[in-house]
Design a protein around this ligand. Structure first.
Ligand SMILES: CC(C)(COP(=O)(O)OP(=O)(O)OC[C@H]1O[C@@H](n2cnc3c(N)ncnc32)[C@H](O)[C@@H]1OP(=O)(O)O)[C@@H](O)C(=O)NCCC(=O)NCCS
Length: 191
């Protein structure tokens, strides 16, 4: 299954071992995007600690890759312990790749993953002035509630169906095959 993305970009899940790619991507965000991603200005040190703490088996992060470089990410993390019914989602796309449909594609994949994990409610925390994220969430019928200058978008995730599970597996298959090609081409380049 192919995503109609710019410049031959692909979306696939990040592996736990790829935390360094995620960290470098977040560090490359320009000031405004970084502020929007984290709900305020944060230091490089904060981002480094965030990635080492947040990279765990319970988080599902989809990455948007262009020529092997991670240019965008959508993170999904259960809230609470045990069988969580609520999760939090956060998105980051590097400036030159913004407003080309990448956020929409990452949100679609994140919603599918949320659905298949049985999350009923997805929280998206973003600043009140972040119209783009709100527009994006509205495309998926998010209910938005204003709260102290920030917006929490809550998307009802429908129940998993065999079809939705198969769709996720197929999309992972595509991502995995492409990832293997990327690894091979990187190996060839360094050989
Ligand atoms: C917010 C963000 C995830 C959106 O992703 P994106 O790839 O730029 O967005 P898309 O191209 O998929 O566009 C989504 C919708 O936003 C709106 N939009 C796009 N560009 C816009 C712009 N420059 N101004 C206002 N709205 C805009 C449109 O309604 C668009 O839907 P449409 O194309 O069907 O009309 C991305 O810009 C980003 O990472 N920003 C910095 C970090 C951030 O704000 N994260 C969100 C907090 S969790």
């Amino acid at each position: 299954m192919h995503d109609p993305l710019i410049d031959g970009g692909v979306i696939r899940k990040l592996w736990v071992s790829e935390a360094d790619l995620y960290r470098e991507h977040l560090l490359r965000l320009d000031g405004e995007s970084r502020r929007n991603r984290f709900g305020g200005g944060v230091s490089d040190e904060f981002i480094r600690s965030y990635v080492s703490l947040s990279t765990g088996l319970d988080a599902v992060t989809h990455g948007f890759f262009v020529e092997g470089a991670l240019r965008g990410a959508g993170e999904l993390r259960p809230l609470g312990s045990g069988f969580a019914e609520e999760a939090e989602a956060a998105f980051s796309i590097e400036k030159p790749w913004q407003s080309h449909g990448v956020g929409t594609a990452l949100l679609e994949r994140t919603l599918l993953a949320a659905r298949n994990r049985g999350y009923k409610l997805l929280h998206m925390a973003c600043l009140a002035e972040n119209r783009r994220m709100q527009q994006l969430a509205r495309k998926f019928d998010a209910e938005l509630t204003f709260d102290f200058g920030s917006v929490v978008g809550e998307v009802e995730a429908p129940h998993p169906t065999p079809l939705s599970v198969i769709r996720e597996i197929m999309e992972d298959g595509h991502g995995f095959a492409t990832a293997m090609l990327e690894v091979q081409s990187r190996l060839l380049r360094t050989a």
